[in-house]
Design a protein around this ligand. Structure first.
Ligand code: SD4
Length: 261
């Protein structure tokens, strides 16, 4: 079994996943639970995930989230979803209960409500921090607080199931309706039970043009280690965009090697 996550703030979530996996829990339950706890937590340093995420340019929190299992076709996602504190739980329901793979905006919210999720007023989705940051943004008409907090978690359970999940409120003060890389398969996340899984974080408007998560998994399929695959994808993108240009992209990946560890 094994668990990995994006950014140092995900360490408690990774530790939580490790305990759940050791207790024999299923990879998808583990990823969903660990992400949902981060989504619903407005404390310390997590300002781009679920409740408490930075809002869009109109002050409304809009979230993207996705879950992908290693089994072919097992994918569900939501994008530009408003009023739901734990969007990754809705993404899982899309995977399990909907004939579709990705639901957006009002349609995603209606789907969530039908399945018993409570839609909350936008005021409940903002934290003191994100509300203050939005006021500063309006006053100065520019992003005064940035950073990256998108959570991406990968779990490999004791039975050999691998699942990856991501959740984000996206680019701070984005245009309403903007969707990033996170809910797009191959871009924000990808999993294949014969190979491994990967997740991305960073500037989603650029990331989605390069399908880096799919690329990482393909390279692992061809024999690269997770680290080699991530490095190779970063180098490939750097080569393609040209030496002096850059954008923010972080990748995590896990292969099936830890199955018996
Ligand atoms: C997005 N990739 O919506 C996300 C943002 C992110 O850490 O990863 N932030 O563009």
């Amino acid at each position: 079994m094994a668990a990995v996550g994006t950014w140092s703030f995900s360490r408690p979530a990774v530790e939580r996943m490790r305990c759940m996996l050791l207790a024999g829990q299923n990879a998808t339950d583990v990823v969903e639970t660990a992400i949902a706890e981060v989504e619903d937590d407005v404390d310390t340093g997590r300002h781009i995930v679920g409740r408490g995420g930075y809002p869009n340019s109109k002050g409304v929190v809009e979230c993207d989230a996705a879950i992908m299992e290693g089994v072919p076709g097992r994918f569900g996602a939501v994008a530009a979803l408003r009023g739901i504190a734990q969007p990754c739980r809705v993404a899982r329901k899309v995977m399990e209960k909907s004939p579709h793979s990705l639901l957006v905006g009002d349609g995603a919210e209606a789907f969530a409500q039908e399945l018993g999720f409570t839609s909350e007023p936008n005021a409940n989705m903002l934290s003191d921090h994100s509300a203050t940051a939005y006021r500063e943004y309006l006053e100065k008409n520019k992003l005064v607080r940035g950073g990256h907090d998108t959570i991406g978690l990968i779990a490999l359970d004791l039975s050999g199931n691998i699942t990856v999940g991501v959740s984000t409120s996206g680019a701070p003060f984005k245009a309403p309706g903007r969707v990033g890389d996170s809910p797009l398969p191959g871009c924000g996340l990808y999993a294949d039970h014969k190979v491994g899984a990967a997740a991305a974080t960073g500037d989603g408007d650029k990331i989605m043009c390069y399908c880096p998560s799919f690329h990482v998994v393909q390279l692992m399929r061809q024999g690269s280690s997770p680290n080699e695959a991530c490095q190779a994808v970063l180098a490939d993108i750097q080569r393609r965009i040209g030496g002096d240009k850059c954008f923010e992209l972080g990748l995590i990946s896990l292969n099936m090697k830890f199955l018996s560890a």
